[in-house]
Design a protein around this ligand. Structure first.
Ligand code: SF4
Ligand code: SF4
Length: 171
């Protein structure tokens, strides 16, 4: 077995699913810096979708993450979305100098009880990731997904649109 790229202890080595979340990558959200550092030159193993400043990665043909070889080879430097697991980011909406993101813990990790930390820590990680991605000027809102995230976004968009229409009428 190859060793990972550093000596950080990896609790996933005892994963009962043999690290299924790394062997089948689905919708990993990363930013440009993470892509350049960890995935550039490996795109033949991936489908890569750009959504604004985010990249969404899935492995091709149900293959493993290109950074996986019996274990994560970049574990100490893995993307925030991997570090966050078994929490995971859901919807990310961007517009008008704001970014709004949801996260949840409805994942299939069998070690959830052991690995799931406090929500405050997860939110701090996501907040830093989004600030790094979108810039200090961007207002960041992070919410645990109770199912109302999309409604919240649509209501904000409707309010912003109504404000623009009103401003246009007054001009
Ligand atoms: S995060 Fe969970 S599912 Fe993924 S490798 Fe670790 S223990 Fe397994
Ligand atoms: S970067 Fe590492 S932790 Fe993240 S999916 Fe790939 S192998 Fe797993």
């Amino acid at each position: 077995m190859k060793l990972g790229s550093n000596c950080v202890s990896n609790p996933c080595l005892k994963c009962p699913t043999d690290q299924s979340c790394c062997r089948e990558l689905h919708g990993l959200k990363i930013n440009e810096a993470e892509y350049t550092q960890l995935f550039a030159g490996k795109s033949e193993h991936l489908t890569v979708t750009r959504k604004g400043k985010l990249y969404e990665l899935s492995s091709l043909g149900n293959g493993p993450c290109p950074n996986w070889d019996q274990q994560c080879q970049v574990y100490g430097n893995r993307p925030m979305d991997c570090d966050l697991y078994p929490y995971t980011m859901g919807n990310v909406f961007e517009g008008d100098g704001e970014v709004y993101a949801t996260y949840h813990s409805r994942t299939e990790c069998p070690l959830t009880a052991e690995l799931l930390g406090p929500r405050e820590n997860a939110e701090a990680m996501i907040r830093k990731f989004l600030t790094d991605t979108y810039g200090e000027h961007c207002k960041v809102t992070v919410r645990y997904d109770e199912g109302a995230a999309r409604l919240y976004h649509l209501a904000r968009r409707a309010a912003a649109k109504a404000k623009r229409v009103l401003a246009g009428e007054k001009a």
